[in-house]
Design a protein around this ligand. Structure first.
Ligand code: KIV
Length: 273
């Protein structure tokens, strides 16, 4: 697919239709206007203004120092460059610790142009998810490896390998769907678990290190251009698409979107069993 304007903007509805038709979609992080434009015209359907910006742009060693003001700033930049992709924005660490705080923080991101907000956690997010959804703010629940809880988890490692942990993740994903979540994002889980959750849910499931069966895939933009900061170990689920591009960075974005759509990415070498 060459760079071109879309026929119509991507919506949660169009993602749901893709799931029904069994069509895969690609997502990437974006933090500024220029990359938002390049990515959203390359066949990538969802832009994530991720709190990973704390690590890849701001030089922190975790996502914990990122503030709501940081997120609103980068959200505004991405909105200005976006050409019809769905924009998801992260609620940063401690900006949704209570239900009323979730509403205020999410409202700030929606006012800046987000179409959906992402929160990290499991069933404990059910009430906030219900409140946000009822007030017109769509929610993506980020499960599995949740980087904002890195100090509790104790390291960037695969989640849900133990059968009882896997079963709880399935149950909690169903609870969040029932509470109104429009998307579930799964990070670093075994292929079988990624597949089971995707098949059991009606809403779209986006994976990062969650195997090839999820409805969509996501990666940090810098990782897929081979630009991971030297202080971060390149995760197994990352593939650098720049070497196979015939057109520099825009070509790498198109190659990634195409590889996701056709099911070529992720391959077995990017997955956890
Ligand atoms: O912040 C981020 O970039 C993310 C992705 C890793 C999914 O949450």
């Amino acid at each position: 697919m060459s760079s071109q304007a879309r026929k119509s903007p991507v919506s949660l509805n169009s993602l749901r239709q893709k799931k029904r038709r069994g069509e895969r979609f690609a997502s990437l992080t974006a933090y500024d206007a220029l990359f938002a434009e390049l990515i959203s015209t390359s066949g990538v359907d969802v832009l994530l203004v991720g709190d990973s910006l704390g690590m890849v742009l701001h030089g922190h060693d975790s996502t914990l120092p990122v503030t709501l003001d940081d997120m609103v700033y980068h959200m505004n930049c991405v909105r200005r460059g976006n050409q019809g992709a769905l924009i998801m924005a992260d609620l940063p660490f401690m900006s949704y610790a209570s239900e009323s705080q979730s509403l205020e923080s999410a409202a700030a991101l929606m006012r800046a142009g987000a179409h959906i907000v992402k929160l990290e956690g499991g069933a404990w997010l059910a009430e906030s998810t219900r409140l946000l959804t009822e007030r017109g703010i769509p929610v993506c629940a980020h499960m599995g490896l949740t980087p904002q809880s890195i100090n509790r988890i104790g390291g960037y490692r695969v989640q849900g390998r133990d059968p009882s942990e896997a079963q709880s993740m399935i149950n909690e994903a169903l609870i969040l769907q029932d509470s109104g979540a429009s998307i579930i994002l799964l990070e670093c889980v075994p292929v079988d678990l990624g597949q089971e959750i995707t098949e059991r849910l009606e809403v779209s499931v986006i994976g990062i290190g969650a195997g090839p069966h999820t409805d969509g895939q996501i990666m940090v933009m810098h990782d897929m251009l081979g630009l991971t900061p030297s202080s971060i170990r390149v995760p197994k689920f990352v593939k650098n698409f720049l070497p196979e591009s015939d057109d520099g960075i825009p070509g790498a974005f198109r190659a990634y979107a195409e590889a996701v759509r056709t099911g070529v990415f992720p391959g077995p070498e990017h997955c956890f069993t």
